[in-house]
Design a protein around this ligand. Structure first.
Ligand SMILES: [Zn+2]
Length: 375
């Protein structure tokens, strides 16, 4: 929803936000990653490398002896064993980036359709950094389709089909469809979007042909690290949620989320829970968000990240697991003041170990709806 400018200013001037944010930083975690940064263990020690090198040299020596013996007419010795160096697992750390709401309808969609923008719009200024990560995730706060009609709600967002290509160009591999706009043009448009996303190399999370599909864990393996993500929405309308037999998104409720996390936990090294929650234009998480986020961590999530309020909300570290309550917007038209401020989450994992994480600031250019990084 576009903000009520006066409401924003009344609710929380930027200075108040930063004051609150600073107050919430744990005193022993400045910067964010200091208490979460274990020492990196090298994948191979010098001794391992020497062993591997000696193994290859030893095998070469045996082969040379055999060839020489054949030419001399002497009996060829039968090797009793062959030294084959085992392949070295690539355990290098994996970088992940997650953005907040990406809304590619309305003025953003019109600009894409008009051809007035370059082929990377609205990601022209951010794609390079996004693509420098191994895994790129965002919340797709609209439906992308030509089907359907606006549902009876105040704001409905349907982006043109060219939005798929723009998302791919920016490097997104996973988008959450668990939000209050993916169903804006009805179930057929929603299903149409889900069917097309994979053809652009993008996997939807938090939505599907039925409740089971909507709650399905999405995994992405980079080298030896397997990352999992679950996504949920608890913003009305509830009719957008999947049922046992109809398509829709994954509705957030404590019992189901705990079951999903328990089932996912053993399947991946690192588990992300991406939530769509909070109150629009409120710069602070509420008790319910805090309860659900901590519940997710207690159930086994390694990181909880949220979006929807159109503003940045604080983070906390709970049992050594980061909880980022709201990243704010990333692509959105008509977003002035604090609603133009974005946080983009960037982190590095190696297996199950979170090595570091940070929030990178950006702001949305009001005239285009596209983000640029803060300098
Ligand atoms: Zn939303």
């Amino acid at each position: 929803m576009p903000p009520d400018r006066s409401a924003i200013e009344r609710a929380s001037p930027l200075a108040v936000y930063y004051t609150r944010c600073m107050r919430r930083q744990p005193s022993n975690t400045t910067p964010h990653q200091s208490s979460l940064k274990p020492a990196l263990k090298p994948a191979l020690t010098r001794r391992d490398l020497l062993r591997a090198g000696l193994g290859v040299a030893g095998a070469g020596l045996l082969a040379g002896c055999g060839l020489s013996a054949a030419h001399s007419g002497a009996p060829t010795p039968t090797p009793t064993s062959t030294i084959v160096p085992s392949p070295t697992p690539d355990t290098r750390p994996v970088s992940v980036v997650i953005t907040g709401d990406i809304m590619m309808a309305r003025a953003v969609g019109a600009r894409i359709k008009s051809g007035a923008s370059d082929s990377l719009f609205p990601f022209a200024d951010t794609a390079d950094v996004l693509k420098s990560h191994d895994l790129r995730i965002g919340n797709l706060e609209c439906v992308v389709s030509t089907l359907g009609s606006p549902q009876p709600k105040t704001y409905t967002f349907e982006a043109p089909l060219q939005a798929f290509e723009r998302l791919r160009a920016a490097g997104f591999q996973i988008v959450s469809v668990a939000n209050n706009h993916s169903g804006d043009y009805g179930k057929a448009a929603f299903s149409d979007m889900l069917a097309h996303l994979p053809t652009y190399g993008i996997t939807p999370v938090g939505g599907g042909a039925n409740r089971t599909e909507a709650h399905r864990l999405v995994t992405y393996q980079v080298r030896t690290t397997k990352i999992g993500i679950l996504a949920y929405c608890e913003i009305e309308p509830f009719s957008f949620a999947a049922t046992a037999t109809t398509p829709g998104h994954a509705w957030l409720d404590a019992t189901t989320m705990k079951q999903d996390i328990a089932a996912a936990r053993s399947q991946v090294d690192f588990l992300i829970v991406f939530t769509h929650w909070g109150v629009e234009y409120v710069l602070q998480e509420n008790a319910h968000q805090q309860y659900m986020a901590r519940l997710a961590v207690d159930a086994g999530a390694d990181l909880v990240v949220g979006a929807h309020p159109h503003v940045i909300e604080p983070y906390e570290v709970y049992h050594r697991k980061p909880i980022i309550y709201s990243l704010g917007n990333f692509v959105f038209d008509e977003m002035p003041g604090v609603t133009s401020l974005c946080n983009v989450l960037s982190f590095t994992v190696q297996g199950s170990r979170l090595l570091d994480w940070k929030l990178r600031g950006a702001r949305i250019v009001f005239s285009t709806g596209a983000p640029v990084w803060n300098s």
